[in-house]
Ligand binder design. Structure first.
Ligand code: SF4
Length: 160
């Protein structure tokens, strides 16, 4: 059974910024949990942030730029949490390497876990194309990242 990294909040863990989870009930997601060996992880908690926590956005709406030191993650109350986000991303990559994980299903639009859309950095509720800090680092190292909306693609990648 292949291992798949899944965002802890998608697996029902109450680790989101607002103290809630984001459990999934789609058939594809249920199939994934039955046919893969799920490894649950939350990069923001691993990076040292509390739950609940103020929402944060990437100021340049680009996780790759944060990793390159050219962007920051700022909370809605103007605290720079770039270090915690980068640390969480690194810990996620370390986990994937230790456990030979090549596929991840992460929460769309999160500044850590988003894989096709993230918030613009203006705290205006506007999403733009881009991926979060953890997704960016994982993709830079060849790990394929999907979201709760593209689980079928993850299953196809796993040949399940
Ligand atoms: Fe969920 Fe990822 Fe946010 Fe953690 S960092 S709460 S796993 S979306």
């Amino acid at each position: 059974m292949k291992k798949v990294l899944v965002s802890a909040c998608l697996m029902g863990k109450k680790v989101r910024y607002d103290g809630n989870a984001l459990p999934q009930e789609s058939q594809a997601f249920q199939r994934l949990t039955q046919l893969a060996d799920i490894v649950t992880f939350c990069p923001e908690v691993a990076g040292g942030l509390p739950t609940p926590r103020p929402p944060a956005e990437i100021n340049v709406a680009d996780g790759d730029l944060v990793i390159a030191g050219k962007g920051k993650v700022i909370s809605v109350n103007a605290i720079d949490v770039t270090h915690q986000f980068a640390l969480g991303a690194q810990k996620t990559l370390d986990l994937c390497r230790q456990q030979n994980i090549e596929i991840a299903v992460l929460t769309e639009s999160s500044p850590s876990c988003g894989s096709s859309l993230i918030y613009s950095g203006e705290f205006a509720g506007r999403k733009v194309p881009g991926h979060g800090v953890t997704t960016a680092l994982l993709r830079q190292h060849g790990i394929k990242v999907f979201s709760q909306f593209t689980v079928e693609d993850a299953l196809a990648e796993l040949e399940l």
